[in-house]
Write a protein that binds this ligand. Structure first.
Ligand code: FE2
Length: 234
């Protein structure tokens, strides 16, 4: 159940199947945005302004390959907004996260858990008071992010998910960075039973992930280098 002091919005970019999340503190109006998409920044900022929020963090769970982040563009409207990335993500940001760090957004406390595997620098963000977590590309609803691109490792992803996400209480809601089947949210308990990949043994999981034979993301040549610079290329 979402507590009353959390302002929460889930936004979707149908072009890249990316979810953007806006989290704000009802009391102070401070807010953070997770995974903003460059082409959707105008929509997102309109909502931020309508809700009277002040963005203090623009966060990416990792350096994406499938869409360009809107973080750099957002900072033009909110100059005090800090871009945030994992310390070993390889990307440029104002603030770098390490495992266990906490982001304070008004009265909200966001625990930052390092969950590498999809990439080396992936993070999951947990709000214990509201019993929700934002899993990036580590866990999708009944799926997970690919492990065949930049600094990926299926075995590492498996251990990250089991030790840092599936170890949360089973009623915690999980919000992914992407969905390709029209699903929007899941729970720890659901995924521990129904995730077709992550319920397997580690060896079976590695086997599944190495046989996916996915096409490269169509924007990888543009988005990946741009995202290393928070979406703004010099
Ligand atoms: Fe990704």
């Amino acid at each position: 159940m979402v507590k009353s002091n959390l302002i929460f919005r889930q936004l979707f970019d149908s072009d890249t199947s990316t979810y953007t999340y806006l989290l704000g503190c009802e009391k102070t109006k401070d807010a953070m945005i997770i995974e903003p998409v460059l082409e959707c920044v105008a929509r997102d900022l309109k909502l931020v302004n309508e809700l009277g929020l002040n963005l203090i963090y623009g966060v990416n769970t990792h350096v994406h390959t499938d869409h360009t982040t809107g973080t750099g563009q957002i900072k033009k409207s909110f100059p005090n907004c800090k871009s945030v990335l994992g310390a070993n993500s390889g990307g440029k940001a104002d603030l770098y996260l390490n495992d266990g760090d906490k982001l304070l957004v008004g009265d909200l406390t966001v625990e930052c858990r390092h969950t590498p595997g999809h990439t080396l620098g992936c993070f999951t963000f947990v709000l214990h008071e509201d019993r929700i977590a934002f899993t990036g590309d580590a866990v999708f609803v009944r799926g997970c992010g690919r492990t065949d691109l930049h600094h990926s490792c299926a075995k590492t992803l498996y251990h990250s998910v089991h030790s840092k996400i599936f170890s949360l209480p089973s009623d915690y809601k999980l919000y992914p960075a992407h969905d390709y089947k029209g699903m929007s949210v899941t729970t720890v308990g659901e995924e521990k039973v129904y995730n077709p990949r992550l319920t397997k043994t580690v060896d079976e999981f590695v086997q599944i992930m190495s046989n996916l034979k996915l096409d490269l993301p169509r924007r990888i040549d543009i988005s990946y280098p741009a995202n290393l610079m928070c979406g703004i290329q010099d």
